[in-house]
Design a protein around this ligand. Structure first.
Ligand code: SF4
Length: 58
């Protein structure tokens, strides 16, 4: 895995395989943001569709 952080994508989701959790940044060049709601109205309606579960923070 590429462990360089993308300084444009701050993320605290340490459970994601793409997260550099020692610094709270994503390591991808870009991410896909999506929604699970038909008409999103608050930030809780929005998701990172690039999330991938991992077993632990590295
Ligand atoms: S893929 Fe999404 S959830 Fe995972 S580290 Fe990057 S921004 Fe965070």
């Amino acid at each position: 895995m590429d462990e360089r952080k993308n300084p444009s994508i701050h993320c605290t989701v340490g459970q994601c395989a793409h997260n550099l959790c020692s610094e709270n940044y994503c390591t991808l060049d870009q991410v896909h943001i999506d929604t699970h709601e038909p008409d999103p109205s608050v930030k809780e309606c929005v998701d990172c569709a690039s999330f991938m579960k991992r077993t632990g923070c590295q």
